[in-house]
Design a binder for this molecule. Sequence first.
Ligand code: BGC
Length: 389
Amino acid sequence: MKTRCRFLILLLLTLVTFGLSFEAKGQARVTKERFGDTLDGKGVDIYTLTNSHGVEARIINYGGIVTSLKVPDRNGKLDDVVLGFDNLDDYLKGRTYLGAIIGRYGNRIAKGRFTLNGVEYKLAVNNGENHLHGGLKGFDKVVWQARVLKVPNGAAMELTYLSKDGEEGYPGNLSVKVIYTLTNANELKVDYSATTDKDTVINLTQHSYFNLAGQGNGDILNHRLFINAARFTPTDAGSIPTGELRRVRGTPFDFTRPTAIGARINQDYDQLKLGKGYDHNFVLNGRMGTLRQAARVYEPTTGRVMEVWTTEPGMQLYTGNFLDGTLIGKDGKIYQQRYGFCLETQHYPDSPNKPNFPTTVLRKGARYHTTTTYKFSTAKSEPPAVAGG
Ligand code: BGC
């Protein structure tokens, strides 16, 4: 009798445990918690998106920031592969755009000026004499409206923000929507859309710093990078594109064959000296507006692979050149120079002043829509080279 009783209890316990872990692993879901308050008392929440494999993205509605992203290595061990902070106060200090949505304009606009329909607009200047990443208070520093979305293929949330006419100097009331979906295929998909009531310019991007060996676990120089681009946009000393679309062939900017990020980063090449490493826009192959592969990164010690797919014409490779060990990130990790890399899909910097670049003008009544997907997988050894477009 006693044995049977014990057996039944054991069976019950096993069923409950199995049932719970099945629930925990099997179902994509989103949970929400309070993360903190901004200095002007606005509540900020943290949303945890978990897909059916237990892959997890945490996102706050301050700046639309991806605060952590846990993906498996080749042995199935989850690790956080983005740089970030443990608390809102550190994000409020507004340094280096870790993980944030960037707008209205990703990267620089020369001297913070552009002319549209014959009117010159003067933007906030926050990077030497130039305008960077939307100005003094860009989309990375505002509180967005957030809601959970029900989707069939994963976990998703929507962020919306109304950028008022004149904000940071830009014309038009711009209504912006960003949808993050963590799919059951281990992709973090970012869908950006916007409409305006007056002609304006727009260039939204995502500023996550990745380290596929795990955040804070050393530099990213051994990550092997493929970029699907035959040209890049060289810059002047202020990181403003000169207008040239330079061929990558024969330069340290040729990533058409997978190459370690650090293999040529210290070469005596003018463009690397200017940016203290890579801080440049690549002209992606293939037709803009169609989702195509922009990049693939392979981290040899963990086997993690990240592919970037986008509808955008360009992508900024930034190798964390200005990280200098003064930022203390999650779990007390110190972020030294080149501890993270960004692959910011975008239109080219300073497009409003460069007639030969694809336009960033959004007309009244038109709809802006771009998509970028970061897809995670693992490999035992480096996957074969991908054909360029
Ligand atoms: C820019 C860098 C800048 C960095 C800030 C990048 O997108 O290209 O020049 O320092 O963002 O985190």
